[in-house]
Design a protein around this ligand. Structure first.
Ligand code: DGT
Ligand code: CA
Ligand code: ZN
Length: 573
């Protein structure tokens, strides 16, 4: 069983416990254990086999037993009992943004509400507002949440899908008859939200491959099983489709099932113009299938160079390909600086030293520490005094480090009037400033746009953080005119981050071409709140590639000295 699955089951136990009882300690212990598992770098099976589970600080004896039962049997007695004692509708209610187990328990107790439908009715009749601790505002929030839930139903963030997809792929590649297996669909294209997982495999024995696929540990149910296509449902509700084709058909099938549909339609048009025919099996001239070495051969034959999967959205990639003007996309290895990192000086989980060490281990050459600024009291924002202390600590560490540098940054709140969150002489102490909106989200668009642009005009602002404030599948962007913001950023020389957290992925890739046209640079920032959070950079790189960014467009590809010069340039100008 996968780490993420075990973690999810521990979270479910925590939810169920919290619905059942007011004692906060047990649920918290399960949640901490879930987080510890997610952060585990090694294989869970190995850790378990070597009896090292109890050595993990957040995992006590009883939870360790629970975990080993989950891993070895795929379930646990505790979980089954809890599930049986809590109506399933209540668990479903927890998916409503802002409705936690505590509120769900109160609603069950006071109004006997045990399902989403009942909850919706009770909100509409005004009954929820009457419950102690709820009120009109909460009732409206719940109603909005229910509506949002139905609008995002059946969609998953990339972090909910990618690890499972890679595990399936791994499993498939272990099947003896499989010669090739790849990810296709929206996940291969690097979309931030996906509907399902698509896989394509090549084998002479599709039936054996299908059977092997069904034995993947994450498969919870079979939706359809055929000779060439099998659809399953995974333990988190996500669907996965596997197509098995012959080795000869594989390149065309991979191309077809990678999509997008719009891209494919345009590509077929190009083929037609050349007197060829493209479908999911082959590229034909007349009745003859042209020999294809791999997927890239298709694009070559069609005279398009190679169009990277991330660009295949049916925008202008085919025209660019035909004109030989496709960008050389950013690569993961181009990113050498780890920018936008929180430590336990504010709301991060790890110490400054641990974050520095983690960045070094991952091969980065510098790190930009950005804890929260003083107004962010909810996140342990730094008072001026704490800033000075942190800087002394950074100086101390920097003096010990060779070939690696810590830059002194801050994630400064953009206050409601657009000013930054410290006096100017304080701001001057930082090497760079990431300016972000964390409050007063509900401004009219014009006011929000002016507020953010005012922050960009401060010469101390280096990077605009998560520019629209969206949380994927849970909170919409605030009203803001990104066209104007990008224009200002381009003129002022402020970079706009691609926040690489899979919950954000903000700047949206769809704005990439516009940003580049306006001369806006970006920075791929994990917004890491733990050492593992640094690995979110991979999601940011995919989005940057979708946006069409090249290495030159991204500031944290610069070496130490060049980056230092880049961040200093506005202040001195
Ligand atoms: P998703 O699943 O909504 O996140 O997005 P996709 O792009 O993965 O869509 P999906 O899973 O329905 O189909 C995978 C690919 O298969 C799609 O990108 C292109 C290809 N495909 C599926 N149906 C059609 C179709 O009706 N026409 C064409 N041209 N291609 C299709
Ligand atoms: Ca798909
Ligand atoms: Zn932030």
């Amino acid at each position: 069983m996968l780490k993420v699955q075990v973690a999810a089951q521990l979270e479910e136990i925590a939810d169920l416990l919290e619905i059942q009882s007011e004692n906060p300690f047990q649920p918290r212990a399960f949640r901490n254990a879930a987080r510890a598992l997610e952060g585990l770098a090694e294989d869970l099976e190995d850790v378990l086999a070597e009896g090292r589970l109890r050595g993990i600080p957040a995992i006590g004896d009883s939870i360790a037993n629970e975990i080993s039962e989950l891993v070895t049997t795929g379930g646990s007695k505790r979980l089954r009992e809890l599930r049986a004692s809590v109506p399933p509708g209540i668990l479903e209610m927890l998916r409503v943004p802002g409705l936690g187990p505590k509120k769900a328990r109160a609603l069950q107790k006071e109004l006997r509400i045990e399902s989403l439908e009942a909850l919706k009715k009770a909100c509409e009749s005004g009954a929820v507002a009457q419950v102690k601790g709820f009120g009109e505002k909460t009732q409206q929030k719940i109603l909005d949440g229910i509506e949002y839930l139905s609008s995002v139903a059946g969609r998953f963030r990339v972090d909910q899908a990618l690890p499972r997809a890679l595990a399936l792929l791994d499993h498939l590649r272990q099947c003896p008859g499989v010669t090739r297996a790849e990810l296709a669909g929206s996940l291969r294209r690097g979309k931030e939200i996906v509907k399902d997982i698509d896989l394509v495999a090549a084998s002479a024995d599709p039936v054996a491959v299908m059977d092997h696929f069904l034995r993947s540990p994450d498969v919870a149910g079979v939706v359809a099983k055929g000779e060439t296509k099998t659809s399953v449902r995974l333990s988190n509700g996500l669907a996965a489709d596997l197509r098995v084709v012959s080795r000869i058909e594989f390149p065309a099938a991979l191309q077809y099932f990678t999509g997008s549909k719009e891209h494919n339609t345009q590509l077929r048009g190009i083929a037609k113009e050349l007197g060829l025919k493209l479908n999911e099996y082959a590229l034909f001239r007349g009745e003859v299938a042209l020999p294809l070495r791999d997927e890239a051969s298709i694009y070559e034959i069609l005279g398009l160079g190679f169009i990277e999967p991330e660009l295949r959205e049916g925008l202008d990639e085919i025209r660019l390909g035909a004109e030989g003007r496709l960008p050389t996309l950013l690569e993961r290895s181009d990113i050498v600086g780890m920018i936008h990192v929180h430590t336990d000086w504010s709301d991060g989980a790890a110490t400054l030293e641990e974050m520095v060490e983690a960045a070094r281990e991952r091969g980065y050459r510098y790190i930009g520490i950005t804890d929260h600024s003083q107004s962010a009291s909810y996140a342990g924002g730094l008072t001026p005094e704490r800033v000075r202390k942190q800087h002394a600590e950074i100086d101390r560490l920097n003096s010990k480090l060779a070939g690696f540098r810590i830059f002194k940054g801050i994630e400064s709140d953009i206050l409601a009037d657009g000013s930054l969150d410290y006096e100017d002489d304080m701001l001057d102490l930082f090497d760079f400033v990431v300016a972000s909106v964390h409050s007063s989200f509900k401004m009219p668009q014009e006011a929000m746009t002016a507020r953010v642009i005012r922050a960009l005009q401060d010469p101390r602002t280096t990077i605009l953080g998560h520019p629209t404030g969206r949380l994927l599948l849970s909170r919409d962007a605030y009203a803001i005119d990104m066209g104007q913001v990008l224009k200002a950023a381009g003129e002022l020389g402020v970079a706009v981050e691609i926040n690489a957290s899979p919950y954000r992925l903000d700047l949206d890739w769809r704005l990439g071409p516009r940003a580049m046209e306006l001369g806006v640079k970006t920075s791929i920032n994990p917004d890491a709140h733990s050492t593992d959070g640094m690995d979110d950079v991979i999601h940011g790189v995919k989005i940057a590639r979708k946006a069409g960014f090249s290495r030159e467009d991204v500031v944290n590809t610069l070496g130490i000295e060049a980056f230092a010069k880049w961040i200093a340039r506005r202040k001195s100008g």
